[in-house]
Design a protein around this ligand. Structure first.
Ligand code: NAD
Length: 496
């Protein structure tokens, strides 16, 4: 059951890190207070881990990894199913902690927890079907084939916006393929990370296969990336941190899922009701804190006013409030720095000629100053920061265009290229736009944030949205290495 409001805040509760199957404090004893962004009240105390803690976790993972690798894919699939079932059994409690730690409405938290369990089920199925090849040889005495091996000890560093599902995108396929994991969650969502790790630790997964180290990214995260004991790195977060990680990881295989900036493109012949609904979802769900959010809205000038009026009315219908209240559509932003970024981007737009059709400021009637009004900005031009950079908040900046090639140019003329969406009823234009926008994912007639667990997800080459693909068999491929085996059996071949 979700915790009642009277029992939600308990600042005495101490959480620990999971290292080698044991719950431990930081060796240096440092801690940080975790607060609920919706109330500002403490929800517990988490270890502020040190480099030594990260090293101990890496050693623990290294010790158990050969044992994990020696199990079959079928045995590891069983672990994943067991974890998925355990997550389902604790779903209400986990959703409640997720909402308190991250700030999202309880109903959104429940969906995220469901997806987390599904990630483990999917990985269990995918790993059993992972394919390798037999490759024809030039030499008649040779048989050449490939096998897949785990990388070894896998460092996983994750952000705070989907702090249950994004880790599962790595943990599930990582464990399924026989990697031992050292996971560093975002500091502002460390409590929910501990709660998820508690559930996993209580299954029959071998001790040390999953380790959790809480603490600051530049300390514990950097140690995990730089340390010779990790063999590969999975990272989801900002392009700036991603670039640092790529530099530090050097030649270690690394899977990087970084920032996005939409856009949604509404062509003249689009179904405007459907486009406005999907855009509102893409801009405002999870308070806009989604890498695939519709952070820029490019609308053909002939339908701009009609579309904007619809979007404005949808934004106005959003209820901000207590994430535990069933009526609440949007909670607070997760932390002060994301709220400050939203302030900066909105001010830049307003100072340079944009108009706030609705919103454009922090909400004043909430318990913390982390709530931001759903914002629709009109008269935005491509030079403004809201077009050029990722805002990561509840914002819909409207930019108009005359020709569809202009929309493609505005889309491609920035250094991010994760997801986009196009609304049109013209089949030729659907294909033309999908071919020409430089984003790793294009959704046609749905939100830029439309997503499923198994299709490939990642950024366009040459942009700063990442490297590699997450999702289904694509993650299984990325979290394993191919070994080529060439067997010579010439000495046992019967003479013809
Ligand atoms: P962030 O880069 O600030 O932090 C991400 C993680 O990296 C955190 O755990 C942080 O502690 C850690 N970190 C920070 N500095 C580090 C360092 N020097 N070495 C190692 N680790 C370090 O990002 P954020 O603010 O937590 O998340 C928001 C960003 O994540 C946005 O840009 C968003 O688009 C992106 N994101 C991308 C995807 C995707 O799938 N592409 C999904 C969700 C979020």
């Amino acid at each position: 059951m979700p915790l009642g409001s009277e029992s939600r805040d308990n600042d005495d509760q101490r959480f620990e890190m999971l290292i080698g199957g044991e719950w431990q404090s930081s060796v240096e004893g440092a801690v940080r207070k975790a607060t609920n962004p919706a109330t500002g009240e403490p929800i517990g105390i988490v270890p502020d881990g040190s480099r030594e803690d990260a090293r101990r976790a890496i050693d623990a993972a290294g010790e158990v990894q050969p044992e994990l690798e020696a199990t079959t894919a079928f045995e590891r699939a069983k672990y994943c199913h067991e974890i998925a079932d355990a997550i389902d059994s604790s779903a209400d409690e986990l959703s409640s902690w997720l909402s308190r730690d991250q700030g999202k409405p309880l109903h959104e938290a429940a969906v995220e927890v469901e997806l987390c369990a599904e990630e483990f089920r999917n990985a269990a199925e995918d790993v059993k079907r992972a394919e390798t090849e037999v490759i024809p040889s030039e030499d008649p005495d040779k048989q050449i084939f490939t096998i897949r091996k785990p990388h070894g000890v896998y460092g996983v560093i994750t952000p705070w916006n989907y702090p249950v599902n994004i880790p599962a995108e790595y943990l599930a396929p990582g464990l399924a393929t026989g990697n031992a994991i050292v996971w560093v969650p975002a500091p502002s969502t460390s409590v929910i990370a501990v709660k998820l790790a508690e559930i996993i630790a209580d299954t029959s997964l071998p001790d040390g296969a999953l380790n959790l180290v809480t603490g600051e990214g530049p300390v514990v995260g950097n140690e995990v990336v730089a340390n010779d004991g990790t063999d590969a790195i999975g990272f989801t977060g900002s392009p700036e941190t991603g670039e640092l990680i790529a530099e530090t990881a050097g030649t270690k295989p690394s899977l990087l899922e970084l920032g996005g900036n939409g856009p949604v493109i509404v062509l003249e012949d689009a179904d405007l009701d459907a486009a406005a609904e999907a855009t509102a979802f893409g801009c405002f769900s999870n308070a806009g804190q989604i890498c695939s959010a519709s952070e820029r809205v490019l609308v053909h000038e002939a339908v701009a006013e009609e579309f904007t009026a619809r979007l404005e009315s949808l934004a106005d219908s959003i209820t901000l409030g207590d994430p535990f209240d069933d009526e609440t559509d949007m909670g607070p932003l997760n932390n002060p720095s994301v709220a400050a970024k939203m302030d900066r981007h909105v001010s830049d737009a307003l100072e340079n000629g944009a108009t706030a059709r609705t919103g454009g400021r922090r909400a004043e009637d909430q318990r913390t100053d982390l709530y931001y009004e759903p914002t629709v900005l009109d008269d935005v031009n491509p030079e403004m920061v809201v077009n050029k950079e990722e805002t990561f908040g509840p914002i819909a900046p409207i930019i108009t265009f005359e020709e569809y090639d202009e929309a493609i140019e505005i889309t491609n003329d920035i250094d991010l290229g994760l997801t986009s969406s196009v609304f049109t009823s013209n089949l030729d234009l659907m294909h033309y736009m999908a071919e020409n926008v430089e984003t790793g994912i294009v959704n046609v007639n749905d939100s830029s944030a439309y997503w499923e667990i198994h299709p490939p997800f990642g950024g366009h080459s040459g942009k700063r949205s990442g490297k590699g693909r997450l999702g289904g068999k694509y993650t299984i491929e990325q979290m394993t290495q191919i070994k080529t085996v060439a067997v010579d059996y010439g000495n046992v071949r019967s003479p013809r």
